[in-house]
Design a protein around this ligand. Structure first.
Ligand code: TYM
Length: 336
């Protein structure tokens, strides 16, 4: 069958943007595709330099997937660093990847632009891990013979790079080994490209503006109150789609809350519903959906839970698959 693959980088707790942009679409795809979902811990190493913390976030991301409904019998579910074949492939791919392509990668370019703006050396604080990030991500994808990659819009370029890199390899070695060309599967939800965070920008661990999925209820309520809104008075008609809390509501709400979303939209447009009330509605919808997941998450996070066994079994399955592809690649390029 067709193969779906995606990963989350354990640089913090999983947040609403991850759930809406990646986890939910991935779980839906898992019903029809052969699915492989993983924790990209070596990607996180470009920024996290604390072993305990990296291990904590890796378990936390894994527990979040399971709490959200991932079935480890159906999905091959693993931690990237348990599959050394990926890193070997990453080297081979780096040898067929133009440096210019990496120069144009969004994350690297953003780091350079920030440095230039502040008068620093252009590459200050940029390590080779950050620079090579897209090549490692291509290895993640290509080594599993992936057809589709469910990701949020912010990762679209990385998936295109993986397709480009596969093309370069196929051009050079295609008579001996051919990679499948992967495609992004990017949920487009109305006007919102990505889920906004607590400052109105894209919700992102690197902006420190996230709403983590499994906060205690009272903390969740407090964060929802912090989502920015303008000063339109309660009585005035409002444009729901340009407000962050409504965008979060619309993108997050499960099908069972569709009526609540439609009704809230009408009331905002008509005037008479204030931002405070909108936030109460948002909190209720979030909490109804997240409360049962929160309980499962806490159980998986207990020391000695089945989490570690699940990941060990996943690693075995992932390595089996990865080593098949890698041995084809090794032959094709002339490794011993
Ligand atoms: P990461 O960990 O930043 O994000 C994980 C997934 O969540 C999506 N996402 C969002 N979607 C909508 N709105 C948002 N505000 C939002 N924030 C995050 C991301 O698009 C992503 O799908 N490089 C990847 C991890 C990775 C990977 C891979 C993904 C490593 N190897 C191979 C797919 C295939 C990353 O940093 O995602």
């Amino acid at each position: 069958g067709k193969v779906a693959l995606t990963g989350i980088k354990p640089t913090g707790e999983v947040h609403l943007g991850n759930l809406v942009g990646a986890i939910r679409p991935a779980l839906r795809l898992a019903e029809q595709y052969d699915s492989l979902y993983f924790i990209a811990d070596y990607h996180a190493l470009t920024t996290i330099r604390d072993a305990e913390l990296l291990r904590h976030y890796s378990r936390s991301v894994a527990a979040s997937w399971l709490a959200a409904g991932l079935d480890p019998e159906r999905t091959t579910f693993y931690v990237q660093s348990d599959v050394p074949e990926i890193f070997e492939l990453s080297w081979v791919l780096s040898c067929v990847t133009g440096k210019g392509l990496m120069n144009r990668a969004h994350a690297y370019k953003a780091a350079r632009d920030r440095n230039v703006e502040t008068g620093e050396e252009p590459d200050a604080g940029v390590n080779m891990g950050l620079y090579n990030y897209p090549v490692l991500m291509a290895a993640d994808i290509l080594i599993m013979e992936t057809d589709v990659v469910p990701v949020g819009k912010d990762q679209a370029q990385h998936v295109e790079y993986a397709a480009d890199i596969a093309g370069s390899f196929n051009h050079l070695f295609g008579d001996r080994y051919t990679f499948k060309i992967p495609q992004g599967f990017i949920p487009e939800s109305g006007t919102g490209d990505v889920l906004p965070g607590l400052d109105g920008r894209k919700m992102s661990k690197s902006y420190d503006n996230t709403i983590p999925l499994f906060l205690p209820e009272n903390k969740l309520k407090k964060l929802v109150r912090r989502i920015p809104t303008d000063s339109t008075p309660v009585e005035a008609p409002k444009d729901p789609d340009s407000s962050a809390p409504f965008q979060i509501l619309r993108q997050f709400a499960p099908a069972s809350a569709a009526d609540v979303v439609a009704d809230t939209r009408k009331r905002l447009e008509a005037g008479g519903m204030g931002w405070g009330e909108l936030k109460n509605v948002l909190f209720e919808v979030l909490n109804d959906e997240l409360a049962p997941m929160r309980e499962r998450y806490n159980a998986y996070m207990e020391p000695g839970s089945e989490l570690d066994d699940v990941l060990a079994r996943g690693a075995e399955r992932a390595r089996e698959r990865a080593s098949r592809v890698l041995s084809g690649v090794r032959k094709a390029v002339g490794a011993r």
